[in-house]
Design a protein around this ligand. Structure first.
Ligand code: HEC
Ligand code: HEC
Ligand code: HEC
Ligand code: HEC
Length: 200
């Protein structure tokens, strides 16, 4: 084994110092990149500081979902590991596109997926009619066709924000069911079938 020369030792120390500094800098960067999005994520109120975010914060704050979906991420984050890994990217990506004037979105949001709606303790597709039983709308059948919850319930969590509705109006069905719209009983269960659309 070669005896290290004094010059070699000094070289070694010089090399290890920047390496340690680099590691510390890297750790700090990782912490900032991951921690800031998480703080925003778990503090819904921060979103009210954005002019664009305020109506979404306020509508969430008075929505019935709030009791269970107590952070924005309950809905806006894909459940599981993938969501946690992709969240900081969504966050910083959104912020960058905001800064560049590309889009005026909130950095912490992505469209809620069906999997988010169906977190355990939340929803299932086990629903054949409206709660009153007057309207046929087989949730499982639509899910099998790949029709997402938010297609029909874009206002869930934000009733009133941006004019998005929670309970789909008849026009929302007509988009796909033009051919059935004349056949009232396709959707309306006889019991209290109104005679004309628009009749109270
Ligand atoms: C109960 C579920 C739920 C919760 C909780 C929730 N949201 Fe939403 N959010 C939705 C749904 C559903 C949409 C509509 C998606 C669509 O239009 O297709 C939406 C849309 C949005 C949009 C519009 C996205 C766009 O690009 O049009 C923003 C911004 C938003 N939410 C912010 C928030 C913020 C901020 C919070 C927390 C204070 C929050 N949301 C909590 C379900 C939720
Ligand atoms: C094809 C459109 C459509 C799709 C897709 C859809 N729904 Fe619905 N959903 C409805 C209609 C219509 C009602 C009845 C609303 C009413 O009573 O006016 C309803 C009612 C509900 C209700 C009861 C709301 C209440 O008033 O108590 C829940 C909960 C619900 N849906 C959850 C979901 C979830 C979760 C998904 C995705 C797995 C989903 N829906 C997908 C149309 C849809
Ligand atoms: C994005 C497209 C789309 C929208 C919006 C939509 N549907 Fe459907 N619906 C389908 C498809 C696809 C099927 C299955 C194919 C078929 O039976 O025609 C279906 C089937 C149905 C069926 C028959 C299910 C069965 O058991 O045979 C009913 C009832 C129905 N939809 C009600 C509704 C109501 C009520 C709304 C509005 C709240 C609605 N749909 C909105 C696409 C849609
Ligand atoms: C594809 C499904 C579908 C068909 C077909 C359909 N409706 Fe509807 N209808 C709905 C939905 C969804 C609503 C809104 C939810 C509710 O009010 O229960 C609705 C609501 C209504 C209302 C309440 C007021 C309004 O406009 O929101 C009337 C009246 C009505 N329908 C009459 C009819 C008549 C008459 C026919 C046949 C000519 C018909 N509908 C066919 C899905 C349908």
């Amino acid at each position: 084994m070669d005896e290290p020369t004094p010059a070699g030792q000094v070289d070694g120390q010089k090399r290890s110092l920047p390496k340690r500094t680099l590691l510390i800098v890297l750790a700090v960067v990782v912490a900032i990149v991951a921690v800031i999005p998480l703080v925003v994520a778990f503090t819904p109120r921060i979103n009210a500081l954005w002019p664009y975010g305020r109506p979404y914060y306020e509508s969430w704050a008075r929505d019935r979902h709030r009791a269970t979906a107590s952070t924005c991420l309950h809905c806006h984050l894909e459940p599981g590991l993938r969501g946690i890994v992709t969240y900081p990217m969504t966050f910083w990506g959104g912020l960058l596109s905001d800064a560049s004037g590309d889009a005026l979105g909130l950095p912490s949001t992505a469209f809620p997926s069906d999997r988010a709606c169906m977190r355990s303790g939340c929803h299932t597709t086990n629903r054949l009619t409206s709660p009153s039983g007057d309207l046929r709308v087989d949730h499982g059948a639509h899910a099998e066709e790949g029709i997402r919850c938010i297609t029909c319930h874009p206002g869930a969590g934000h009733d009133g924000a941006d004019g998005r509705y929670m309970r789909p109006p008849m026009e929302a069905c007509a988009e796909c069911h033009q051919d059935e719209m004349g056949d009232c009983r396709y959707c309306h269960v006889g019991r209290s079938l109104p005679t004309e659309p628009g009749t109270p």
